[in-house]
Ligand binder design. Structure first.
Ligand SMILES: Nc1ncnc2c1ncn2[C@@H]1O[C@H](COP(=O)(O)OP(=O)(O)OP(=O)(O)O)[C@@H](O)[C@H]1O
Ligand SMILES: [Mg+2]
Length: 310
């Protein structure tokens, strides 16, 4: 791909324990996109981020950030990256203002109080700027980690489970903030267990399982390709079982026989619904109501990871 800000090739990590946490990962992140990395606990998400950020050494492979090799050209590569880590690690007695300002200095950027003020205001931390970190709430600490990561104006922002343990309002504020950052040209890579977060935020989605990237796809395309639609009929009279004449169709009974669900491919033009309704009519099965629904990213994700585990 032409305009990748992050390029990962043949990346593997075997920890000293002998555990193989990443297996030959290839990944290209486009400039300006929001990329969500989904995967179960222990899949290797934090390991991947930690390697790109120089916290963990790779066993094999090559990573470049805007063309800078993270091994050969570490400082240049790292100064382009902002990292919001999964674990909260801050100095409890330091103030909000100092924490953000020092972080900027760490990357060799000249002081810029106006920028720090903007970041703290954007994260609703301005009125807490003189507070010690130990006096902040959990959600405020999380926002401070984001402020810290943004203090040196990174091009590429990693958010490792940014909204774990965050309330609904704050989550939506964070999503809005991430979108605003993207609008200023920042590339965002986030990991999450919340599928709705990926569904809401991401342009592209990568799924990692047991150290392997098992899928990378445009979100809309992913949901179109793998999505299933369901038609659920509320029956006038409950059925004990699906009649033999209908057994060839993808039908399932639920709600004690009161609901009949027909599953079909969202991408097929011919849904088969007309045929189904005719067949029901022929069998004398009447219904009171009907609804259609589309499978969520969660359904898709669960089935992908399950396939991988088998
Ligand atoms: N320092 C280490 N030494 C040995 N094994 C490790 C080390 N760090 C991580 N691992 C193992 O590597 C695997 C991947 O861990 P990682 O933290 O990357 O997963 P994750 O996808 O971020 O999970 P989670 O969703 O729980 O945060 C896990 O099995 C973990 O136990
Ligand atoms: Mg993790």
């Amino acid at each position: 791909m032409s305009d990748a800000i992050l390029s990962i090739a043949g990346l593997s990590k075997t920890y000293a324990s002998g555990f193989s946490a990443l297996k030959n990962v290839d990944l290209q992140i486009q400039r300006g996109e929001i990329f969500a990395l989904l995967g179960p606990n222990g899949a290797g998400k934090t390991t991947l981020i930690s390697i790109v950020c120089g916290i963990v050494n790779a066993s094999t492979g090559k990573v470049t950030v805007d063309g800078h090799d993270i091994a050969a050209d570490y400082r240049a590569a790292r100064s382009l990256i902002g990292l919001v880590p999964q674990e909260l690690t801050t100095d409890a007695f330091e103030t909000v203002w100092n924490t953000a300002s020092f972080s900027r200095g760490l990357f060799g950027k000249p002081a810029n109080p106006a920028h720090i003020e903007k970041v703290l205001r954007d994260l609703s931390l301005w009125d807490k700027k003189d507070n010690q970190i130990r006096t902040l709430s959990g959600g405020m600490k999380r926002r401070l980690l984001i402020a810290k990561a943004l203090a040196h104006e990174p091009q590429l922002l990693f958010l490792d489970e940014p909204t774990a343990g965050v309330d609904v309002t704050l989550r939506q504020e964070m999503w809005a903030l991430v979108r605003a950052l993207r609008d200023t040209g920042v590339t965002v890579i986030l990991t999450t267990h919340y599928i709705d977060e990926a569904e809401e935020m991401a342009d592209r989605i990568g799924v990692i399982s047991k150290g392997e990237i098992i899928l990378v796809e445009n979100k809309v395309e992913l949901m179109r390709k793998l999505g299933k639609k369901q038609l659920t009929l509320q029956l006038a009279q409950p059925l004990q079982q699906v009649p033999d004449a209908l057994a060839v169709l993808p039908l399932a009974l639920s709600a004690n026989g009161g609901e009949l669900t027909y599953t079909y491919d969202a991408k097929h033009e011919h849904s088969g619904i007309a045929d189904l309704l005719q067949a029901l009519d022929a069998e004398g099965i009447a219904f009171k109501d009907l609804k259609t629904s589309q499978s969520s990213l969660e359904d898709i994700f669960v089935s992908l990871v399950r396939e991988k585990e088998q």
